[in-house]
Design a binder for this molecule. Structure first.
Ligand SMILES: Nc1ncnc2c1ncn2[C@@H]1O[C@H](COP(=O)(O)OP(=O)(O)OP(=O)(O)O)[C@@H](O)[C@H]1O
Ligand SMILES: [Mg+2]
Length: 499
């Protein structure tokens, strides 16, 4: 039976507003023994539980109200409110504030059930709102499903404690350290090259060359030099010559960026002719800007880090591997941006060719620092997402605001449309707290409803860890919950507190 409250409106009033009618209690049949009937439906447990360990004894009786309603109404009464839920598979991240149920994240499962079209996630949010914490919780919880993670550039060194907690030592890049990464590595696509058929070699070489050229364009663009179609063709020819591919015979060897710079700065007549210049001097004059931009990087941001053969091997038996760029932070924004572009491109190469059924997660945190390099950097990230294989590889991109991706070009320009396309390459958008103006940008970019926009600049701001999750076209209000064991591993404020 519904009890009518003395204050406020009752469920009965609410239901009748919508034309519903709650059933009344069935009349008691004459001669029915009410106590016997009540005993039939009463649980065999005292009201305050049993006073035994693990039996849920409570010092007070639970203030339960008794309701009687048909299933049509019960579905709409909290806490029985059911959202358009996702299956409880994958990593349990926290709770869904609309349904009060657990919220599970399973990007690969979502693709299989056609909830989303790709397993990639993009995170937006003001600094300090819990983006990285949620990513770390997801990585740790996905380890239960044998997922392996690569942090493609940990700018703040904040994934290091998580790596060490699961027994993996992060790979540290920094001046004076022995680790070198050659972003023009062949990667796993180059293994067993001699045994590959001609057709397979050609298709793999096309992938490798595409990645190399996109990266070189991004690097040159970092120096505010626009790569013309002729420059691009010269770069492709130089790469073909240096790698031995253009000589025929199906051979392909690794190239380094200083080699590319040397070939452009001091071309042979053969190379100049292959690039369709009449003589050496014409080639030098025509490609001078690209050559000088690369030269500056070889002497500057790339030097001692990305200018020689790779000295590390990734260990895919480890649940998480991280390329820590913490030591580069003091060298300035250009170095960090260039390092991120190199590490991202290299990571893409390293995750090519995986066994079917394996889940690999590639995390690109703080991408805005790479985006600032310009159009080429956006194209490079776009290519990383587009060309990454969709067979169990989850890409996670962490940005601050939509303009991280859009500020590289004038409104309506080709670059802005690339940035918008990139949103489609991440079918799950996770939106932490934003200021109202940025929330408006998000609404326009990802197609949020006005209600969800208000959650982003209202509800989400009231507590760290709260975010609006847009999974395909479904929207959820989710709070990430850290366990006591995880909290110290994930905390980025620990350093501030200790000071
Ligand atoms: N779910 C949560 N529950 C409780 N506290 C949290 C939660 N998420 C984050 N925090 C707190 O907020 C701090 C900042 O979180 P985090 O580093 O994840 O933010 P961020 O959005 O990645 O910031 P930035 O943009 O600066 O990288 C954490 O160190 C932690 O103290
Ligand atoms: Mg962060």
């Amino acid at each position: 039976m519904f009890r009518r409250k003395t204050k406020g409106r009752s469920v009965l009033d609410l239901v009748s507003d919508f034309g519903g009618q709650l059933p009344t209690a069935a009349p008691i049949k004459h001669g029915t023994d009410r106590r016997a009937e009540a005993a039939l439906i009463r649980a065999d447990t005292p009201r305050r539980g049993r006073s035994l360990p693990g039996h849920g004894w409570s010092p007070m009786a639970a203030p339960l109200a008794v309701y009687r309603a048909s299933t049509a109404e019960v579905g709409g009464v909290f806490p029985l409110l059911a959202s358009n839920g996702l299956p409880p598979t994958g990593a349990l991240m926290g709770y869904d504030s609309l349904s009060a149920g657990g919220f599970y994240v399973d990007p690969v499962g979502w693709v299989l059930s056609q909830t989303v079209t790709n397993p990639n996630l993009i995170f937006f949010g003001k600094p300090g709102q819990g983006k990285s914490t949620t990513v770390k919780a997801f990585l740790l919880r996905m380890m239960l499903f044998s997922a392996r993670t690569l942090i493609a550039g940990d700018v703040k060194g904040e994934y290091e404690s998580l790596c060490r907690a699961v027994g993996s030592e992060p790979i540290a890049l920094g001046l004076g350290l022995p680790v070198r990464i050659n972003p023009l590595d062949l990667g796993p696509l180059g293994t067993g090259w001699d045994r590959l058929s001609t057709i397979e070699r050609e298709s793999r070489a096309a992938l490798i060359f595409a990645r190399w050229v996109v990266l070189l364009k991004a690097l040159v663009g970092a120096r505010d030099v626009i790569v013309s179609p002729s420059d691009e063709s010269a770069l492709t020819t130089v790469l073909g010559e240096l790698s031995g591919w253009s000589r025929g015979g199906g051979m392909l060897r690794t190239v380094t960026i200083p080699q590319v710079h040397d070939a452009l700065a001091r071309p042979t007549l053969e190379l100049a002719r292959a690039c369709r210049y009449p003589d050496i001097q014409s080639m030098i004059d025509a490609t001078r800007q690209v050559t000088d931009a690369l030269g500056g990087l070889v002497r500057g941001a790339l030097s001692g880090l990305f200018d020689a053969e790779t000295t590390v091997r990734l260990d895919w038996s480890s649940p998480i591997q991280s390329l820590s760029l913490r030591r580069l932070d003091e060298l300035g924004d250009e170095v960090v941006g260039v390092a991120l572009a190199c590490v991202n491109s290299w990571s893409r190469a390293m995750t090519d060719l995986r066994r079917p059924g394996e889940i690999t997660i590639v995390v690109r945190d703080e991408v805005w620092r790479q985006m600032r390099l310009g159009v080429g950097a956006v194209q490079s990230l776009d290519a990383d997402l587009r060309l990454s294989r969709n067979d169990g590889e989850i890409q996670i991109v962490v940005a601050h605001k939509p303009s991280d991706l859009l500020s590289v070009g004038d409104a309506g320009s080709q670059e802005v449309s690339i940035a918008k396309d990139m949103m489609a390459l991440c079918d799950t958008k996770v939106m932490f707290a934003q200021d109202p103006t940025i929330a408006d940008e998000l609404r326009d970019l990802v197609g949020l409803s006005d209600l969800a926009r208000d959650w982003v600049c209202g509800w989400a701001r009231q507590r760290t860890g709260r975010a609006v999750w847009m999974v395909g076209d479904r929207v959820f209000k989710v709070t990430t919950v850290r366990t006591p064991v995880e909290a110290p591993l994930f905390d980025t404020n620990a350093a501030l507190m200790a000071e």
